[in-house]
Design a binder for this molecule. Structure first.
Ligand code: SF4
Length: 285
């Protein structure tokens, strides 16, 4: 039986950069705080925790003084930087450059067009979205799907941005729906700020998943990118299974298969996909 690990799956540059920064810091100090999970993958978080990374939430950040805290790739609102400064906390900023650019764009729009409504297509409560909303003093409107369009005043200008990991097709559809509702004289500008690291994987993932009899998609349960890419696999190959650790791997997944494809999300480490591949192979020796 052929077992193939997808070469294009695995960490995106933003996640690679954040993990490298954490590992570099941990070479010179025994412990480093990280605000939120450094990556939506429990196994990789555990590996880094064994090296001294300590994941904290915003409530715990309030208690810290005179230490170092790493900000992960998703980015943070300005209030987090202000708080850190007040409390003598040194920031190790691992915000992805793509997210930083988007934050700057949103901030510039907010400052130069105070009468426009800034709309963010993204997931409520997601760290990246919170970081974007923070650029607008919390005035931006977050829309996760079309059912929330009533939050927008269509008689006023609308400036639409997207969280970096949303679907390009859905963004286009949302842009059209907003455009159709705009009242005379009110302008709509849309900014496709979706990261192609994610979007470009979709056609490849379709091809990879359709090429194998069974697919094991390796991803943490909290990864939204993982959920989306897994659905892509399942849409072309019904024998697709999501596994978040070796314990989830079940030989019935590839019963009768001649080939098994192993792939994952932008938050899935290569070592984890290799481990799953080795396990699959071990059942077939
Ligand atoms: S998906 Fe894109 S924007 Fe998000 S962390 Fe990775 S490279 Fe950066």
């Amino acid at each position: 039986m052929i077992v193939e690990v997808d070469k294009e799956s695995g960490f995106c540059p933003g996640v690679i950069n954040a993990i490298r920064k954490a590992e570099d810091e941990l070479k010179t100090r025994p412990m480093l705080y990280c605000l939120g999970d450094i990556v939506h993958n429990g196994q990789e978080v555990k590996r880094l925790e064994e090296q001294g990374l300590k994941t904290i939430d915003h409530a715990s950040l309030l208690q810290l003084r005179d230490t170092k805290v790493l900000l992960r790739a998703h980015g943070e609102p300005p209030s987090t930087y202000e708080l850190a400064q007040q409390q003598g906390i040194e920031i190790v900023d691992a915000t992805c450059p793509v997210v930083l650019q988007l934050q700057k764009k949103v901030r510039r729009m907010y400052e130069t067009e105070p009468d426009s409504q800034i709309v963010i297509y993204g997931k409520h409560g997601h760290a990246e979205v919170n970081g974007l909303v923070g650029q607008t003093h919390s005035t931006a409107i977050v829309i996760e799907n079309e059912s929330e369009l009533s939050k927008i005043d269509f008689s006023r200008p609308v400036r639409l941005f997207s969280q970096t990991t949303m679907s390009v097709d859905n963004f286009r559809q949302l842009s059209l729906s907003i455009g159709q509702r705009m009242k005379d004289g009110a302008t709509l500008q849309t900014f496709d700020t979706i990261c192609r690291q994610v979007a470009n994987r979709i056609p490849h993932m379709r091809e990879f998943a359709s090429r194998h009899d069974a697919i094991l998609f390796v991803s943490g349960k909290k990864s939204s990118n993982g959920k989306a890419l897994f659905e892509v696999c399942r849409s072309v190959n019904p024998h697709s299974y999501q596994v978040s650790s070796l314990e989830d791997v079940d030989p019935s997944f590839w019963e009768g298969a001649q080939s098994v494809g192993i792939c994952g999300a932008t938050s899935t480490p290569r070592w984890q996909m290799d481990q799953v591949a080795d396990l699959v192979k071990s059942f077939n020796r």
